[in-house]
Design a protein around this ligand. Sequence first.
Ligand SMILES: [Zn+2]
Length: 270
Amino acid sequence: MRAIKNLFVLVIIVAMLVGVGAVALRVMRGKPSGVEEVKQGIVMASSVSSYVYAAKVGNKVILFDAGADPDGKAIDALLGWLHAGRGDITDVFLSHGHGDHTAGAAALRNVHIRLGAGDIALAEKKVPPEAFAGKAFTTVMGFPAVTAGDPLTGAGTIEVGDAPAAKDGKDAKDAKKVVKAFPIPGHTPGSYAFLYDGVLFVGDAMIFKQGRLDPAIKLFDAHPDENKAAIRQLQKQIENEEIDIICTGHGGCTPKGLGRNQLIDLVARL
Ligand SMILES: [Zn+2]
């Protein structure tokens, strides 16, 4: 009888801790970190360790991932740094459909929300995350459903910003800027990496920690082998691209100039 009573007390305590933890996380996600510069014109901020990246393209702004906060406070911090407003955002490139990367997109109107077609149902909460930790986290955080109106299939190049299209004889700086999209199915079926201005955004396929790149955190990754295969494939696809910096969903970015070498080092350890 006493054992049952003790167990009951223990269950209550655990439930309270989970409840307090959930409330704390929901409060914390609305309190973004300070803004840091990735390189000129590209900045980052995070809340509850989910990063949002913003790039100024002419007078417009594009985002890479939208963060864990449905109110988009980290996005607003980045916009403030870039002297821009929400109305200047034209495109949000979502690395995958997990709520801690998509939630902020729920706060935005009239933007192209670009996401791998394989993750549309995940972002709309029609299917749950596959990994247990991801499921639990999503339940605790109550992420909003996000509808991506611009699904991505295969590799592609997307023009961004408001510069006029490049014409013969025109200065290269007047050319339209582009984002190159590479499918990296693994962490989720619709995961994508995006390359813009020498910076490769890889979402949760990789994490930057203790000065090096590692594959996605196992607890949150239902398909580690597929993810590794996708990283190898990605390395081949970007062989001829300039890869200056690699930015991850939860660990920030590699130091400037080291992106390519750190990816080669990661692939050698896979
Ligand atoms: Zn994820």
